[in-house]
Design a protein around this ligand. Structure first.
Ligand code: SF4
Length: 290
């Protein structure tokens, strides 16, 4: 739905709501680059919600399993599947490698597409064994570009899964792009939904590199009491020490997910309540459902 014509009372009211201090309506996009706008997203969301504590996991391998299981399903279903793997005592590399395929399928059933996902997990541990003698430390010691290529060559690993594994399990500085990222960029007229994954990833990486220069971890990750945005409670993996660049990419993806899940819905844009309302081009709500 598009609200109001330029200059109407309705639009003026919305503009007053949307425009942050110091922004000249209608000129913001011309005066600033796309990279600056993305840095603005980070500052605004981080100020509003703070650390997001992604990825919620006890170990690197749990992040990897979660990255596979979360494909095409809600995180709550992934949590159920992870719990069943943990209770069965096989939520580790050897456990998945040795478990009969049928048992693995049944355990991860709550995550959906369980036959396909069980085979994909088996493929990953076989790759790890063959290429890195079963060592995650050995695997993550590989250069980012080389390991990314190897992961992308595995059955069932697309860019989002590969980059989630690299960033959240391996602390490699690479930005994860998802459907929420695309939607926000499209609705803010920065890039179209059809832009390639790597075009979007590189845009965020260029933009956020400057944020990482001055980034300082505001707490030790164990004091968060309020979960805002898409935040998780602090976990062993979320509080791992990582480079400022990896930390900023980590936070930004979590913050984007918070916007996508709570405000920038597929069928509706709740701009009035969204922390990014000040970045709407011309202060106008996007047309949704095109
Ligand atoms: S809900 Fe509105 S303001 Fe928020 S990101 Fe989506 S389009 Fe932008």
């Amino acid at each position: 739905m598009q609200l109001g014509k330029r200059g109407s009372t309705e639009e003026q009211t919305l503009s007053a709501l949307y425009e942050p201090e110091g922004v000249i309506r209608g000129k913001w996009l011309k005066r600033t680059s796309r990279e600056e706008q993305i840095r603005g997203y980070f500052r605004t969301l981080y100020q509003a919600w703070g650390r997001q504590h992604w990825w919620p996991a006890h170990s690197r391998f749990e992040v990897i399993v979660g990255a596979y299981l979360t494909q095409n399903t809600a995180w709550s279903n992934v949590e159920k599947a992870l719990m069943r793997l943990r209770q069965a005592g096989i939520l580790h590399v050897d456990g998945i490698r040795q478990a009969p395929l049928e048992q693995l399928e049944q355990l991860i059933r709550p995550a959906g597409y369980f036959r396909q996902k069980a085979r994909r997990l088996k493929t990953f541990v076989a790759f790890l064994e063959e290429r890195y003698q079963g060592s995650l430390a050995g695997m993550f010691a590989s250069p980012t570009a080389k390991l990314r290529e190897e992961l992308l060559a595995l059955n069932g690993v697309g860019p989002e899964t590969a980059d989630s594994i690299l960033l959240y399990a391996g602390n490699h500085p690479i930005f994860v792009v998802d459907a929420y990222t695309r939607r926000i960029l499209d609705r803010h007229r920065i890039l179209e939904q059809t832009a390639s994954y790597d075009t979007i990833r590189e845009l965020f990486e260029r933009a956020l590199a400057a944020v990482a220069v001055g980034y300082r971890d505001p707490d030790d990750g164990r004091t968060a009491t309020q979960l805002r945005g898409a935040a998780h409670p602090p976990s062993r993996m979320s509080t791992t020490r990582r480079s400022p660049l990896a930390q900023v990419y980590n936070e930004m993806h979590g913050l984007v997910v918070g916007v996508g899940k709570k405000f920038c819905l597929k069928s509706q844009a709740k701009c009035e309540e969204c922390p990014l309302r000040g970045f709407l081009p011309g202060g106008r709500k996007p047309v949704v459902g095109r």
